[in-house]
Design a protein around this ligand. Structure first.
Ligand SMILES: [Zn+2]
Length: 380
C-alpha cells in the first residue's frame, strides 16, 4: 500500500467527519442534511468552499467565524480528525486481509456509528435512521469477507447481531426488574413488540435458539389471529426464564451454552424484528406525536437504541469479539462516568458512545484478546 493511498483515505475520513458534523447538528432537528449549505450558527454567514476544508480551515481561522468572529466549537475539527484517524487505522489494519471493496462497508458502518455516538452524547438518542441501515450494511458487508479474514461470515454476522441485541435487551429488562422499574411498558404492543423478545428469551432457555424464535413467531401469529395482544407480564416471565435456565441445564436436557446462548440470540432476533417493523411502520404511516413519545423521565443511560447499536457491533465483530467489545465498553463507560462525576455535576453518561469505543477497540484487539483468554483457559 502506498503512502499516497493512506493519505487519500485520511482525507476521505476528514471529509466524512466534516459531513458528520452536519448530520450531528441537523438530524435530531429534523432538518435536511444536504441543503442549505453550512452556515455559522451565530451570524448565519454561509461558509465558502475554503471554510469547508476540514481541520485546516479551523486552524487557519484560529477557531473563529470569518464573518462575525464567534468561536467555533472544537468539536468540529475533533470529529474530523478522529474520523480521519479511524479510516486510516482501519485501512492499515484490515486491508492486508480483506480486499479493497470489502473495506467500504466497514468504513461506512463505522462512520455511521461514530456519528450516532456523538448524537447520543448530545441528546441521549441513537437515531434508527443511522443504526438500522448500519445493521443492514454490516450484514451485507459480511458477504464480501473471505473465510479466515478475521471478520465474520454472513452466518456469524447474523448470529452476532442477534447476540448483540439480545445481551443488551436482557441487561435492559433484568436491570429494570432489579431497579423496580419494570413498568409494564407503554410502548405499542400489537402485533410485535418487546413481548415477542421476552417470550423468545423464555423459549430459547427451554430449547435453544430455534425454539426461542419459533415461540416469538407463534406469539405474533396468535396476536394477528385474535387481533389482541396476548402476553405474559414481564416480572413472572423472567422468573420462569430463570427457572427454565436452571432446570434445563441441571437436568442436562439442554447444555448451558445452548440454553443461554439460544435465549440471548432468540430474544435479540425478535427485538430486532420489532425494531425494524416499527421503523418501517412509522416511515410509511408517519411517526406518532413526538410529544407523546418523549418521556418526561430523566434520560436513561441504556435504552433500546443501545440494543440496535449492539446488533450492529455484533454483526461487524461476530459474537465472541462482541463480548470482548461489551467488556471494553463497560470499562470505558465506568471510567467516563467517574470522570463526569469528578468534573462536577451528576450528568448521566449515555452508554452508546462507550459501546462504539469498545466496538472500535475490539475491531483491532478482539482477536488477540480472545486468543490470549482462551490460551489462559487452555493452560489452566
Ligand atoms: Zn459568524
Amino acid at each position: 500500500m502506498t503512502l499516497a493511498f493512506v493519505v487519500l483515505v485520511g482525507v476521505l475520513g476528514a471529509l466524512v467527519g466534516s459531513f458528520g458534523n452536519v448530520v450531528v447538528h441537523r438530524l435530531p432537528r429534523g432538518e435536511s442534511i444536504v441543503f442549505p449549505r453550512s452556515h455559522c450558527p451565530a451570524c448565519q454567514h454561509q461558509l465558502g468552499p475554503l471554510e469547508l476544508v476540514p481541520i485546516v480551515s479551523f486552524v487557519a481561522l484560529r477557531g473563529r467565524c470569518r464573518a462575525c468572529g464567534a468561536a467555533i466549537s472544537w468539536r468540529y475539527p475533533l470529529l474530523e480528525a478522529a474520523m480521519a484517524a479511524l479510516f486510516v487505522a482501519l485501512t492499515l489494519h484490515w486491508s492486508p486481509v480483506v480486499d479493497g471493496a470489502s473495506l467500504v462497508p466497514l468504513l461506512v458502518v463505522l462512520a455511521m456509528l461514530v456519528i450516532a455516538a456523538v448524537i447520543d452524547l448530545d441528546r441521549f438518542i441513537l437515531p434508527d435512521v443511522l443504526t438500522l441501515p448500519a445493521l443492514a450494511l454490516a450484514l451485507v458487508g459480511s458477504l464480501l469477507y473471505q473465510p479466515g479474514s478475521g471478520l465474520p461470515t454472513p452466518a456469524e454476522a447474523l448470529a452476532g447481531a442477534g447476540v448483540g441485541a439480545g445481551v443488551l435487551l436482557l441487561i435492559n429488562r433484568l436491570g429494570a426488574l432489579v431497579l423496580r422499574r419494570f413498568a409494564d411498558t407503554r410502548e405499542r404492543l400489537w402485533p410485535v413488540s418487546l413481548d415477542q423478545a421476552n417470550l423468545a428469551a423464555l423459549g430459547g432457555a427451554l430449547g435453544g435458539w430455534q425454539i426461542g424464535l419459533a415461540v416469538g413467531a407463534a406469539s405474533v401469529v396468535l396476536n394477528l389471529l385474535t387481533r389482541r395482544t396476548l402476553r405474559l407480564p414481564e416480572g413472572p416471565l423472567y422468573g420462569l426464564w430463570a427457572v427454565a435456565l436452571v432446570l434445563t441445564t441441571t437436568s442436562f436436557t439442554v447444555p448451558i451454552d445452548v440454553a443461554l446462548g439460544g435465549s440471548v440470540l432468540a430474544a435479540g432476533g425478535w427485538a430486532l424484528a420489532g425494531a425494524v417493523f416499527w421503523w418501517i411502520h412509522d416511515a410509511v404511516r408517519g411517526a406518532p406525536d413526538a410529544a407523546e413519545e418523549e418521556d418526561d423521565d430523566e434520560p436513561v443511560a441504556m435504552g433500546f437504541g443501545d440494543v440496535k447499536l449492539a446488533a450492529v457491533l455484533g454483526a461487524l465483530l461476530g459474537w465472541q469479539a462482541f463480548l470482548v467489545a461489551l467488556l471494553l465498553s463497560v470499562t470505558v463507560g465506568a471510567v467516563a462516568g467517574i470522570v463526569a462525576r469528578l468534573a462536577g455535576g451528576d450528568r448521566v453518561v449515555p452508554f452508546g458512545p462507550a459501546l462504539v469505543v469498545g466496538g472500535v477497540l475490539a475491531l483491532f484487539l478482539g482477536h488477540p484478546i480472545l486468543t490470549w483468554y482462551l490460551g489462559l483457559l487452555g493452560a489452566g
